[in-house]
Design a protein around this ligand. Structure first.
Ligand code: PLP
Length: 418
């Protein structure tokens, strides 16, 4: 499928008069429409709720939009909990899916009365010394082995640090029951950025069957099943695109065949999507500041891996639109780079694009999730602003760009002042 930017060159030329590049910009309309589609696809389940993975886009204005669309939040750290609390998420609207959890984080999660998803059996007694158990507690499952879909290995849970084994799940439930816990949630995350409508249904079957087994063997009430994240997006125009309606229907069928059949038809379905909720609705907008002709043709941007780490870290593909040249033929081959002193600081390698000139604006696609948030400050480069393109076409600054004083803020520079 062709990928179109949600902003035009004219819009960007207007925006940069107030907010210079680079910046991430988010499309409120796209975010809302997509959130509604997800909700509709799972509307067959009365208790359905999406807990947006805060780590994907930890900005309160984005969280507020998702809250208005009926979403909760999935947190995994102290500051993500604090942010969610500030935005007004309460109690059952917060899922705390952490691992290697420090004491302070559990304390705040308990204070906020969030759902707590234990990553390990040893955390139960660790937690017991910190706070009281909620009536409903959640456990993260790791089935081990390989996770396959259509005979293809998608991921290898046996090598993943997360979750409890099946035996531990049973032991944990009996232990929690003895501590007065009445209801249980189960959670698992088995493959990331999947592009197959069969991922959630397959995961659902594994968890539904486990739920039946736990219900029978441990005589416990399973209140919810959390399918976690992992539904991916089509970063490449040639990739298949997930169809959330088909996914929701696939999960519904598994639910009827396994849970309804056992009379367990009050189990709520939760999701913790991050990428699927936000990635397509963000662009990193950057300006071409240099070009270089050596053994290859290079285009140098005012953005770098600090603003979007996925290409440098995973060799990830992010589509690029040269704004204003959408209809020109892509017949020039470029490496599109940032200015870090790291040769992997390349947004694209050997990418066919229209002829690029200094001053052109590039829209780097699908940066709405795991984009800004993975940023760092290597080479003393500063993190960019985040802008929201509102439904009425206005642009709102939802995070200002860092300045050198932000970079120096954690140092005591008094001994060095002249
Ligand atoms: C990262 C994460 C998610 C979100 O993953 P996506 O790939 O963005 O959907 C959900 N749950 C947990 C526990 C995670 O760590």
């Amino acid at each position: 499928m062709e990928k179109k930017a949600f902003v035009t060159k004219e819009q960007i030329e207007e925006i940069v008069k107030t907010y210079p590049t680079p910046f991430h910009i988010y499309d409120e309309k796209g975010i809302r429409e997509n959130a509604r589609k997800l909700k509709k696809a799972f509307s067959w389940n009365k208790g359905f709720k999406e807990y947006f993975a805060v780590k994907a886009t930890p900005n309160p204005y984005i969280l507020q939009i998702l809250k208005e669309e009926g979403c909760g939040v999935d947190c995994s750290s102290l500051t993500e909990l604090m942010l969610s609390d500030m935005v007004g998420f309460k109690k059952d609207e917060i899922m705390f899916s952490s691992n290697v959890t420090p004491k302070e984080d559990f304390l705040l999660a308990a204070k906020l009365d969030a759902y707590i998803n234990f990553d390990d059996i040893t955390l139960i007694d660790f937690y017991k010394d910190i706070a009281d158990f909620k009536e409903t507690m959640c456990l993260r499952y790791n089935p081990g082995g390989d996770f396959t879909l259509n005979n293809e290995i998608m991921d290898t849970p046996k090598d993943a640090k997360y979750g409890l084994t099946k035996e531990q799940m049973k032991e944990a439930i009996l232990k929690l029951k003895s501590y007065g816990v009445k209801h249980f949630g189960i959670h698992s995350f088995l493959a990331s950025n999947t592009k197959d409508n069969g991922y959630y249904p397959k995961l659902a079957r594994i968890l539904f069957e486990l739920a039946v087994e736990l219900h029978k063997e441990c005589d416990c009430h399973i209140a919810f099943i959390n399918l976690s994240g992992g539904v991916g997006v089509d970063y490449k125009p040639t990739e298949p695109k997930n169809d959330i309606e088909i996914i929701g229907e696939g999960v519904r069928r598994a639910y009827e065949e396994i849970l309804t059949k056992e009379g367990m038809d009050d189990v709520k379905i939760f999701t913790e999507l991050g990428r699927f909720m936000l990635a397509p609705y963000g662009h990193l907008i950057s300006k071409v500041i240099h070009e270089k002709h050596i053994w290859k043709e290079y285009i140098g941007l005012d953005a770098c891996a600090v603003n979007l780490m996925r290409p440098a870290m995973y060799g990830a593909y992010h589509h690029i639109t040269v704004l204003g040249k959408e209809n020109e033929e892509a017949k020039y081959k470029y490496d599109v780079t940032g200015g870090l002193c790291e040769n992997n600081d390349k947004f694209a390698i050997d990418r066919m694009l229209p002829k690029i000139e200094i001053g052109d604006y590039l829209a780097i696609h699908d940066t709405g999730a795991h984009g800004f948030s993975m940023g760092y400050n290597y080479n003393g480069k500063l993190k960019s602003a985040e802008l929201l393109l509102k439904e009425n076409g206005e642009v709102k600054l939802i995070r200002r760009a860092e300045t050198p004083s932000d970079y120096f803020a954690t140092l005591d520079l008094t001994p060095f002042k002249k």
